[in-house]
Ligand binder design. Structure first.
Ligand code: UDX
Length: 437
């Protein structure tokens, strides 16, 4: 497994859990050291157990050496990051290319590289050309694409028992072994009737971005309707429940609020827009710009609500931000809506105190200008406005009576629509929700 970030560390551990012998390789020596000792450098329920169990069983190890990878395996997964590039909306593919450049010249015999990273359509074919130019005489290296759909917080489950397995195969290649090898690797899931979809490379590459674009669109759809609900006196949570009963729509990903963040959805829709433009079909995905805009507008809306709740000016006002992770059960703060709102309020002069059950360390590193509390009660103490930015269980279950004793003013902005409004209003809180009258 080349690349041991969120995806790679999970995939390596889960491959071992399935009974394979797995080696995780990364250029980050610190990460490899931690993983070797059975420590997961991020919060992912269930993963530490899978990791330790398989290291102990001798099926899983880690290394910083490409030589080790080349000698160890004939099937290689590529799972390095493809972040948004610094100079535009597109994806930065330098880590992906670097793996091929470093690994392929070392390979002897017949090898298969299954790409898992989210890449623009056409990348796999270019990587195959590069690999062909680097392959030792007498050896062969085939590149296929096997996109990853795991969600943070459910990474182990999504990897061991995925909804579907997609394998994109180079249809121009004679004697491709990608399908047969993938069937062997994923034999357990296939035996449990997991749909196994074999397709060409461009389709496999597109499946992943299309899935994320659809999810982002669903969230922004409900958030756009929630903007209308706010002025029309309607209730977005009841509306979402009602439309979600329609099988064709479904209830999932219709939670209106502060919108989506994280390491995938925002960057993937931007990369998809950028790439469609390069392909000359930019117009087809123009709506995704609006999906992005609706999403970012929700963050601005929460800042505006906090300002008006504070009497028109945030200067010197104390704000408690409950949540820093981009979603609950994660310590990931990449493009976190809660933290962006917190930083924005601080830039307007508010004294923002943040608390999150797991993401404090990451938040402190990225936003040292914010204050951080030891626990929820400390964050609430003396607050003029409280913002619920990430729907952790402990925030959803907060006791409004007890919280009232800590704050300076009982102003709650429920930016995730998760609080029982009656209970909070009975305790004489002013609760402002997104998309609810
Ligand atoms: C996502 C995809 O779900 C996953 O398949 C892909 O492999 C990686 O990207 P993840 O980033 O872990 O996974 O988060 P996800 O659970 O999809 O949530 C994304 C964001 O949307 C979060 O910020 C979440 O708070 C937000 N969200 C989700 C909503 O605002 N409303 C919803 O109804 C659902």
């Amino acid at each position: 497994m080349l690349g041991t970030g969120y995806l790679g560390a999970t995939h390596a551990a889960c491959m071992a859990e399935l009974g394979h012998n797995a080696l995780g390789v990364d250029v980050d020596a610190k990460k490899i050291e931690e993983l070797s000792q059975g420590r997961v450098p991020f919060h992912e329920p269930g993963l530490p157990e899978v990791l330790s169990r398989n290291i102990e069983a001798g099926r899983l190890s880690f290394s910083t050496s490409y030589e080790d990878a080349a000698k160890f395996a004939t099937v290689h997964f590529l799972g390095v990051g493809t972040p948004q590039s610094k100079d535009g909306l597109g994806a930065d593919l330098s880590y992906v290319y670097s793996v091929i450049e470093n690994l392929v010249p070392l390979l002897e015999g017949d090898h298969l590289i299954l790409g898992k990273s989210t890449v623009p359509v056409g990348t796999a074919e270019k990587l195959q050309e590069l690999a062909d130019s680097l392959t030792k005489p007498g050896s062969s290296v085939e590149i296929a694409w096997n996109p990853e759909f795991l969600r943070e917080g459910f990474a182990v489950k999504d990897t061991l028992t995925p909804d579907r397995i997609v394998v994109g195969v180079n249809t121009h290649r004679e004697h491709s072994k990608a399908e047969d090898v993938s069937r062997e690797v994923y034999a357990k899931a296939i035996a449990n009737d997991t749909p196994f979809i074999v397709t060409n490379l461009p389709t496999a590459e597109l499946v992943k971005v299309a899935a994320n674009a659809f999810l982002a669109t669903k969230i922004s759809f409900i958030n756009a309707v929630s903007e209308v609900c706010e002025v029309a006196g309607a209730d977005i949570t009841q509306l979402a429940e009602a439309i979600g009963k329609d099988d064709r729509i479904g209830p999932k990903f219709l939670r209106a609020g502060l919108g989506f963040g994280g390491g995938c959805l925002p960057k993937d829709i931007r990369a998809f827009i950028a790439h469609a433009e390069e392909l000359g079909v930019g117009q087809a995905l123009n709506f995704l710009r609006e999906v992005d805009d609706v999403n970012l507008r929700r963050r601005q809306r929460v800042v505006d609500l906090a300002r008006s709740t504070a009497g028109g000016n945030l200067e010197g006002r104390k704000v408690a931000m409950l949540g820093a992770a981009f979603k609950p059960d994660s310590d990931d703060i990449r493009d976190s809506p809660a933290l962006e709102v917190a930083a924005h309020m601080a830039s307007e002069g508010a004294q923002v105190t943040v608390f999150d059950p797991y993401a404090m360390k990451n938040a402190q590193q990225k936003f040292p200008e914010l204050s951080y509390a030891e626990n929820t009660a400390d964050a609430l103490r003396g607050a003029d406005v409280v913002v619920l930015g990430t729907e952790w269980k402990e925030f959803k279950e907060l006791d409004p009576q007890a919280a009232a004793k800590l704050v300076n003013q009982r102003n709650m902005i429920d930016a995730r629509n998760v609080l029982p409004l009656d209970k909070w209003r009975d305790a004489e809180w002013t609760v402002i929700s997104l998309g609810r009258a």
